[in-house]
Design a protein around this ligand. Sequence first.
Ligand code: AP5
Length: 210
Amino acid sequence: VAAGPKKIVIAGAPASGKGTQCELIVDKYGLEHISAGDLLRAAVAAGTDLGVRAKEFMDRGDLVPDEVVVGMVVEALDTDKAKSAGWLLDGYPRSASQADAITKEGIIPDSVILLDVPDDILVERVVGRRMDPETGKIYHLKFNPPPADVAARCTQRSDDTEEKAMNRLKVHHSNVEAVVGKYEGKINEIDGNRSKADVFADICGVIDEM
Ligand code: AP5
């Protein structure tokens, strides 16, 4: 099997563990990690035109329009590291039109990892999530508490309320089949309702077989 750059999409509902697993994948495989949500949050924080447009959609938990997000992702994938080591695209595509847009640019994953977690668990994960703004590390008040010296500076995302999470979940459920349909034969569904380490072991199994 030719060992070339690995091209991976990681998908799943809000709080299914995409970001958590991406941290581990990047550590082990050295891929370029592109998170659509992180790119959008950075644009919002920087107050760019695109960020200003994105904010109202993100605040509601709706998908940001394609004309805001597609260009951002395509540009972020255009790095030497992505070309040589490969890439891990997190939270994109989230609709058929987003999948078509990258296909047109020749951006085609070899594998799509789809994390599967029941809805009631997802809501608990969302409301307990905290992030360390200095390292970007993701924690959970109950499942993965931040260390004592980090806890005080941890922040909560503004869309991590139960109400917004319910809308984000609804949006996910209404779009996921369309995305899956675009990558027939490449979907690797993984039970994400297990320990972080168990989920990661399965993901490594998929990546090592690529
Ligand atoms: P985005 O930032 O992508 O959010 P999301 O998809 O809702 O996903 P999350 O970041 O909430 O969760 P995750 O799966 O990364 O879980 P995590 O590892 O943190 O998008 C935000 C918004 O941006 C969208 O609503 C939309 O508006 C916009 N957007 C983004 N992409 C877009 C696109 N392509 N098009 C249009 N708009 C777009 O884990 C969650 C919690 O669970 C953590 O606390 C973690 O510690 C805990 N946890 C993780 N794994 C486990 C485990 N195995 N056991 C127990 N706890 C665990």
